[in-house]
Design a protein around this ligand. Structure first.
Ligand SMILES: [Zn+2]
Ligand SMILES: [Zn+2]
Length: 332
């Protein structure tokens, strides 16, 4: 991507050489995240154009720079959203480096990412990919999987609780899979009634396609409401509609970067002590946990494989809402 709203094109470049503390990753697969479209459309004012997008990277270490003890050449690794952080602020030193406000770098937004045959990454920020996951299945977990896993964790989810997931796209379907693997009962909220079969096949016990007050009422009818709502669809309206459907002490987690505003009546928050939080992707411990959970529970994202050369088409199709599941670019 050369500039905001500019052309997306493949170009020949010199193979990068890893510097001190860096590794060169030979990319095998890179997921296409909704944020990549957001980047193109100007949603990230801190982006550094021209930029190679892609923060759902899975590949092998091709070469290591000076001072790198781990990983080694040939190791299977991935890169998530967080490219690096300052390392010394309060957030970094308590293991929450994804919240670093001092010097956060973002893969594929401020540093070249994975829509490429090779990319550089700081050795300290790559994640090992478990042997049980192939590259194409691991790629969407680096952002989408991590985001839903960590959203549940930040909502203090406990096994057996009722989790409602707004949207059944690239993020939402992984929300169902992770929530089920973590022991949740799941409802899917979607404005597309034709997604009911897919939701049930993924393991949801409820499918709700109402909107407005009927949506929160349908949720409250589900044994008193959802303990957690994961809002994956970028719709402030559906978040507003769903919030009063939380059970007492329940939490709505905003994951989808929606335009507009969420509105909530203070009484709806106070009376049942409901929580409204946002949750970004996750830190290094979180991506390890999310990958290990996927390996242990056989979580496999629904993916469509496309060649790198079709990246521009894929972003067009995403913009026109023509994609289902997650697209993974096959590289190398
Ligand atoms: Zn993403
Ligand atoms: Zn920091």
């Amino acid at each position: 991507m050369k500039e905001q709203n500019g052309e997306v094109a493949v170009e020949e470049r010199e193979r990068p050489v890893p510097g001190m503390g860096q590794v060169l990753i030979r990319v095998h697969a890179c997921g296409v995240c909704h944020s990549d479209l957001g980047l193109l459309q100007g949603g990230f004012p801190f982006a550094q154009f021209p930029i190679v997008p892609g923060h759902e990277v899975a590949g092998t270490v091709e070469e290591v720079g000076e001072g790198v003890e781990w990983p080694q050449t040939g190791d299977r690794v991935g890169m998530p959203w967080l490219y690096s952080s300052c390392g010394h602020c309060e957030q970094c030193t308590r293991g929450e480096e994804v919240l670093c406000q001092v010097a956060p770098q973002v893969t594929g937004i401020t540093q070249d990412g994975g829509y490429a045959e090779f990319m550089l990454a700081p050795a300290a920020y790559v994640a090992p990919i478990p042997d049980a996951l192939d590259f194409a299945d691991a790629a969407p977990l680096m952002c989408a999987g991590l985001t839903v896993y960590n959203g549940l964790k930040n909502a203090r989810f406990e096994p057996g609780q009722r989790v409602a997931i707004i949207g059944l796209g690239g993020l939402g379907h992984l929300g169902v899979l992770y929530a089920r693997a973590m022991g949740a009962r799941v409802a899917v909220l979607s404005s597309s009634p034709d997604k009911e079969d897919e939701a049930k096949n993924l393991g949801a016990e409820q499918f709700i396609s109402e909107s407005g007050a009927a949506l929160s009422e349908a949720l409250l009818d589900w044994e008193g409401g959802a303990n957690v709502i994961l809002a994956t669809a970028p719709s402030s309206e559906s978040m507003t509609d769903a919030l009063p459907g939380l059970a007492p002490d329940g939490t709505l987690v905003v994951l989808g970067a929606a335009a507009g505003e969420i509105s909530v009546s203070p009484m709806d928050l106070i009376g049942a002590r409901r929580h409204l939080i946002g949750s970004p992707s996750g830190s290094r411990k979180d991506i390890r946990d999310a990958l290990n959970l996927a390996a242990a529970h056989n979580i496999r994202p629904r993916i469509t494989r496309r060649p790198l050369e079709e990246a521009a088409d894929v972003l067009d199709e995403m913009n026109e809402r023509r994609l289902r599941g997650r697209v993974v670019l096959n590289i190398g």
